[in-house]
Design a protein around this ligand. Structure first.
Ligand SMILES: [Zn+2]
Length: 252
């Protein structure tokens, strides 16, 4: 169904499951409890087709490198997940990366004809990350020679930018220095794909910052910015958005 100018439809694809310790999601809360979280790719359809975040690299080796238990079925492989909702990567004009962590920027090579955009601050940090974060960026400094996002079609934006009518980048530092959320106007108000500024609804409901961050004060401020700027916040790793299966659409 076509959308009005400047209005978009959002599709979330569950492209795999990680099993992680919950305090990574909710800072210092529920330490030792293991939970399952989705690895999500988002598709925006309106005047063109946009993908937001590209999930864990095909093949799963980076998960071993990171030291994380990761599960992905054949249908959840990124190309199959896209095909399942009728998306051919050749028709994806833009790929917006919320940040460059391994589980969000993993399959940019599947989109050689797309323009891939990330905040300049994020790219600069990813190239020389703090020591604690080197593995998360699949950085050459941690022994991973080819970060998957370092491709000729990668380009940068600075700050809040209107990408297309109804689509804006919004800096939300805290999880990483150059994290950005993506504001998306729909027929039912403004949604925001929060990236890892919000892992789960519990972060928002209990005002608990994500447990993985380079600046916890910025993390708290960014959650506040998202509450102010959007009618609906879509967290990055919450299985409640997939209560009806591996594909979720917004507005619902
Ligand atoms: Zn992240």
């Amino acid at each position: 169904m076509p959308t009005a100018p400047g209005r978009w439809r959002i599709t979330a694809l569950d492209t795999g499951t990680s099993v992680i310790e919950k305090s990574v999601i909710t800072y210092l809360v529920d330490c030792g409890k293991m939970i399952r979280i989705p690895r999500v790719m988002w598709v925006l359809e309106g005047e063109t087709t946009i993908v937001v975040d590209t999930s864990v690299p095909v093949g799963g080796k980076p998960a071993e490198f990171i030291g994380e238990h990761f599960e992905r079925s054949r249908e959840q492989e990124p190309l199959n997940a896209l095909k399942n909702v009728g998306i051919d990567p050749k028709n994806v004009e833009l790929v917006l990366l919320t940040h460059l962590h391994w589980d969000h920027a993993g399959n940019c090579d599947l989109f050689p004809q797309s323009r891939v955009l990330v905040q300049e601050t994020e790219l600069r940090y990813a190239l020389v990350p703090g020591k604690f974060f080197r593995k998360s960026y699949l950085s050459p400094l941690s022994g991973w020679p080819h970060p998957p996002y370092l491709l000729p079609n990668l380009d940068t934006v600075k700050g809040e930018v209107e990408i297309r009518p109804g689509i804006r980048t919004l800096p939300v530092p805290g999880h990483t220095p150059g994290s950005q959320a993506i504001l998306v106007d729909t027929d039912k108000g403004r949604y925001v794909i929060a990236g890892d500024a919000v892992f789960t609804y519990e972060n928002l409901e209990r005002d608990i910052p994500p447990g993985f961050h380079n600046d916890v004060d910025h993390s708290m401020e960014s959650m506040e910015i998202l509450r102010r700027r959007a009618d609906h916040i879509l967290p990055s790793h919450d299985y409640t958005i997939f209560s009806n299966g591996r594909v979720a659409t917004f507005p619902e």
